[in-house]
Each structure stands twice: as C-alpha cells, then as structure tokens.
Write a protein that binds this ligand. Structure first.
Ligand code: BTN
Length: 244
C-alpha cells in the first residue's frame, strides 16, 4: 500500500480543503494525497455548518482515500483515534471522541471531522476525510456565540503549537490505522475507539436524527461504525445524527 501523506499540497488560504480534495479526487488524484491550508475562507462543518478557520489558529487539512472495504462509516472514527493518539503523544493531553466526529478536550470541542464520500453506482469512488483542530486559538479569537462550547490546545496549555508537527504525527497514526483497516483487522480499532469514547457503556444519551429525537442507553459501536442504543428491550442502530 502507498504511504498516506507522501504528497502534501499546501495553501496559504483556500476556500475549503475538502472542496479542493474532492475536486482533485473527481479528476482521478490518487489515494493518500493531502490538502493543507493555513486558512480557510469557506471552511465547512457537518450538517452544513461553517467551520471557523482563522489564519494559523488551527490545523485544517483533508486527505483522499479510496478504500476497498465497505465499512466506510468507520473511517471518521479511525481519523478521530489518530488525532487523539497524536495529541496524546505530542502534548500528553487527554482527548475524547464523541461519535461520530467530535474531538473533545475537557468537555469542549477541540476539533471535528468531515467525511464526504462519492459513489460510482453502488461502489465507493473516493472518500475525503477533512480534519479541523483548534491549535492556537484564544477564546477571544472565536465568535462570541461559540465561546462556551469550544477550546484549543493553546487555551488548555498556554503554549503555542506547531501545526506542521501535529499534521505529521496525525499522518503517521493514519498510516498505521488505515493499514490495519485495509487488511480488515478491525478489532484493535474498536478497542481504541472505546478507550477514547466520550460516552461510557450504559450512559443515557439523546440522539437527534433528521426525522426525530431518540433516547436510550449507549451500548457502543457495531462492526460498521453505527452507534448502538438500547431502548427498553430493543436495540437500535443509528448511522448518523447529533448526540447529546
Ligand atoms: C465538524 O465538526 O462539523 C467537522 C469539521 C471539519 C472541519 C475540517 S477543516 C478541514 C476540512 N475542510 C473543511 O471545510 N472542513 C474540514
């Protein structure tokens, strides 16, 4: 397998690294190519939200993947594990992962993952994984309405962080985990996700899906990456949604 992140396109500013990656993937760009920007003018989050992307205050990058395996829902979880491990290794900070794509530290949002897939008929053509991490933001750098919910590595530790160093560490972890994933060795991945999971087994949670809100006890994630919830005697699987 080719090494991920061997080719990195760097931009001082761009609209959204996910948009750049998707554009190139449509034209046949190979797996593993990374698009990294110092600033995004139209950074996107999940559910059509804006991802605030001020210059050098965060790490913003996207990578093209063309996985053979059908369990693509696992890939945002895998990316979360890579971020948690890299941050832990470099800065000894404990990070938690909130299914499906939030990266939390001290109960506040430190980062997020935006996975966008494109299919050719039934078959996956490519998946773009976009990762945004708040590294050097101070609280005042965020719009006022966000301040109660967000954090950054600098807010937590008082230190300035090198985005390049963090990118390298995440890509390193991505090579390890994506390799296991591609060989369909997923057991370790589930235990790593459980280790970092913000939700603990049997915790009462509420999930807002497009249609409705459901409440139940958190059971974990299944083989495909879906969240498993028990409601009374029934177990249900949720494939996307916002959990509170
Ligand atoms: C979320 O939590 O809603 C996901 C945020 C994902 C943000 C990253 S930053 C790099 C990439 N480019 C984007 O426009 N979005 C993702």
């Amino acid at each position: 397998m080719k090494k991920l992140g061997e080719k990195i396109f760097y931009f001082r500013a761009c609209s959204s690294t996910n948009d750049l990656a998707k554009e190139k993937a449509e034209k046949g760009e190979e797996e593993g190519v990374v698009f990294w920007a110092e600033e995004q003018l139209k950074g996107r989050g999940r559910e059509g939200r804006t991802w605030y992307s001020a210059k050098s205050k965060g790490l913003y990058f996207s990578i093209i993947l063309r996985p053979e395996s059908e369990s693509v829902l696992l890939l945002p979880l895998l990316a979360g594990i890579c971020c948690a491990e890299a941050i832990n290794e470099l800065f000894q900070l404990k990070v938690e992962l909130k299914w499906p794509n939030d990266i939390l530290c001290q109960n506040k949002k430190l980062g997020g993952i935006l996975a966008e897939a494109s299919f050719k008929g039934e078959k996956l053509n490519y998946l773009v994984l976009g990762i945004g991490l708040n590294t050097n933001y101070l609280l005042n750098d965020f719009p006022e309405e966000f301040r109660a919910f967000v954090t950054s590595l600098k807010i937590i530790s008082g230190k300035e962080f090198d985005n390049r160093e963090l990118l390298k560490a995440i890509l390193n972890r991505l090579n390890y985990w994506y390799n296991l994933f591609s060989q369909r060795k997923k057991k370790k991945l589930f235990s790593a996700f459980n280790k970092y999971s913000f939700f603990k087994k049997e915790q009462r949670i509420k999930i807002k899906t497009k249609e409705t809100t459901i409440e139940g006890n958190y059971k974990g994630i299944d083989q495909t990456g879906a969240l498993v919830l028990s409601i009374g005697r029934k177990e249900i699987k949720v494939y996307s949604g916002e959990v509170t």
